[in-house]
Design a protein around this ligand. Structure first.
Ligand SMILES: Nc1ncnc2c1ncn2[C@@H]1O[C@H](COP(=O)(O)OP(=O)(O)OP(=O)(O)O)[C@@H](O)[C@H]1O
Ligand SMILES: [Mg+2]
Length: 203
């Protein structure tokens, strides 16, 4: 999908892309979602570089995002530590990552997305994560990322030091790829991206 690049229409074109791609993924049949989730888990667990890591931030799918549940199960099975984003209670617009184990209870946040209960003992500093798998609405072949429009990941990932080893990896359905995303100065790009069909490395 090509979009006009005129700066005056930047926010309009970003919201038009969001609307279009969200609709595309919402129209995917249930069988496609199920297959995509399995393929994602297989792709990650078959990637030695990823499986050499220990601390994985993930997300729980919302709005027809690529389902991560089989991947989370596979990571637990492999003895990895999994973390989920929690809305920061004091710093609006920022996320915290909390440990997510098999017995962790979840409660819906103000967007209706389940998250672990806030407990300081379970917080993982962002810079201590090995991999952050991010949800997104759209991406392009250069690794630009467009989210749901809250700026939560942009703010949170901007805290990573420049020499961080933490890898930022987007997860998306194939239909979320667009030709050329109009970017903003605050957008944090992806280093890699995984779809059910393809592994992109933008580094
Ligand atoms: N590092 C930052 N500091 C302050 N404000 C920021 C920062 N990053 C993004 N924002 C603000 O967040 C708002 C939404 O940003 P943007 O449209 O890029 O969200 P997004 O990338 O779609 O969402 P998300 O990051 O949650 O996936 C913008 O108004 C922007 O000014
Ligand atoms: Mg952004």
């Amino acid at each position: 999908m090509s979009q006009p690049q005129h700066p005056a229409s930047l926010s309009q074109s970003r919201s038009a892309i969001r609307q279009h791609v969200r609709q595309l993924r919402q129209q995917l049949p249930t069988a496609t979602h199920v297959k995509a989730a399995t393929e994602l888990a297989e792709r990650v667990t078959n990637t030695a570089d990823l499986m050499s890591k220990q601390h994985f931030a993930l997300y729980l799918a919302n709005d027809a995002e690529l389902n991560t549940e089989p991947l989370i199960q596979a990571l637990w099975h492999a003895g990895k530590d999994v973390y989920l984003p929690v809305l920061h209670p004091f710093c609006p617009g920022y996320l915290l990552f909390l440990h997510y184990g098999k017995t962790t209870e979840l409660q819906p946040n103000r967007f209706g997305i389940p998250e672990p209960q806030l407990n300081c003992a379970n917080i993982m500093p962002v810079a201590a994560l090995d991999i952050i798998f991010t949800p997104l609405v759209a991406f392009d072949v250069s690794g630009n990322r467009l989210g749901m429009g809250g700026g939560f990941y942009d703010r949170t990932l901007s805290q990573l030091p420049a020499d961080s080893y933490c890898q930022i990896i987007g997860l998306a359905h194939n239909c979320q790829q667009v030709d050329n995303l109009p970017t903003a100065s605050w957008d944090i790009p992806l280093q890699q991206l995984i779809t059910p069909a393809k592994y992109f490395d933008f580094r």
